[in-house]
Design a protein around this ligand. Structure first.
Ligand code: SAM
Length: 268
């Protein structure tokens, strides 16, 4: 996958792209990430990228010309092709007014060949960028950031780890919170894990088995795969019910899920 990031602060991206899974994915050639400095596309002496808003009001607005000109050099597919799905590409404007970024959107983007992320600053970006250049506006949450750079990094991270081969163990992506991916099972192999199926992940424990008098749940050291799987599913359901009950409305619950939920509700 090719990822381009447009920003007025290219140095912001020094570091975050050089660690962990993103770094490994870049080194393995799974993701090529390029950061483009928007000031290089400003033509006046001061490399101006912002201007006052038409109609008056607070602050400054990121000008359209540097963004349109930068995108022109990237040879991305025309907007109509991206919108119709005829090109496996997306030009994304980071914006607090965008559709909420979620795991399902990360999965959608990970299936593309190319994404371009436009980072806004100041009071925002000239609206013509959203209307005529980007094919989607994404928000990383209901709060206002100073710029789109952190949002772009959130998207790069969430998408990169979904690229086939990026995670050491591909099954991890299927088991994780919010994942709509279907878990693959090896025939005849006992299974002690469970996919989140769109809920939250189950809790994880590691050695030591007892730390400062705090033991790990006994079932996890029992060796009984089916009991472990059922316990994990129960804890995932319990945590979802406690922290994100709305997720339970959106997923298809199995007969076992319903039984476990009834037990949890009875205990509470
Ligand atoms: N005036 C805008 C509003 O109220 O919606 C906020 C502009 S914000 C200070 C500057 C830039 O930060 C935006 O253009 C956008 O690129 C980025 N930004 C702010 N909040 C964001 C969010 N929740 N998700 C993604 N990007 C965000």
């Amino acid at each position: 996958m090719k990822i381009d990031i447009l920003t007025i602060f290219p140095d912001f991206f020094r570091g975050p792209l050089d660690y962990g899974i993103i770094r490994r994915a870049r080194e393995a050639g799974l993701a090529t990430i390029e950061v483009h400095a928007l000031r290089a596309f400003a033509h006046d002496r001061h490399r101006t990228v912002d201007d006052r808003p038409f109609g008056g009001g607070e602050g400054m607005v990121l000008k359209p010309e540097p963004i349109f000109e930068c995108i022109e050099t990237l040879n991305v597919a025309p907007r109509e092709q991206r919108l119709s799905g005829n090109a496996k590409q997306s030009v994304v404007l980071l914006s607090a007014q965008g559709r909420r970024f979620a795991q399902s959107v990360a999965e959608e983007l990970a299936a593309l060949d190319r994404i371009v992320l436009i980072c806004g600053r100041y009071e925002g970006v000239d609206e013509r960028v959203s209307e005529f250049l980007a094919d989607r506006e994404l928000s990383i949450g209901d709060y206002v950031l100073s710029g789109g750079e952190l949002g772009a990094l959130v998207i790069v991270d969430a998408v990169t780890r979904l690229l086939p081969g990026a995670l050491g163990n591909q099954a991890s992506a299927e088991q994780e919170s919010f994942s709509g991916r279907v878990a693959r099972r090896e025939e005849g192999k006992p299974v002690s894990t469970c996919a989140s199926g769109g809920l939250l992940d189950y809790p994880h424990y590691t050695r030591p088995a007892e730390y400062q008098g705090l033991p790990v749940p006994e079932v996890l050291v029992s060796g009984n795969h089916d009991q472990i799987r059922r316990w994990r599913r129960g804890r995932a359901l319990e945590k979802t019910l406690r922290n994100r009950p709305e997720l339970l409305e959106r997923v298809a619950l199995s007969e076992e899920d319903r039984e476990l939920l009834a037990e949890i509700r009875q205990r509470q």
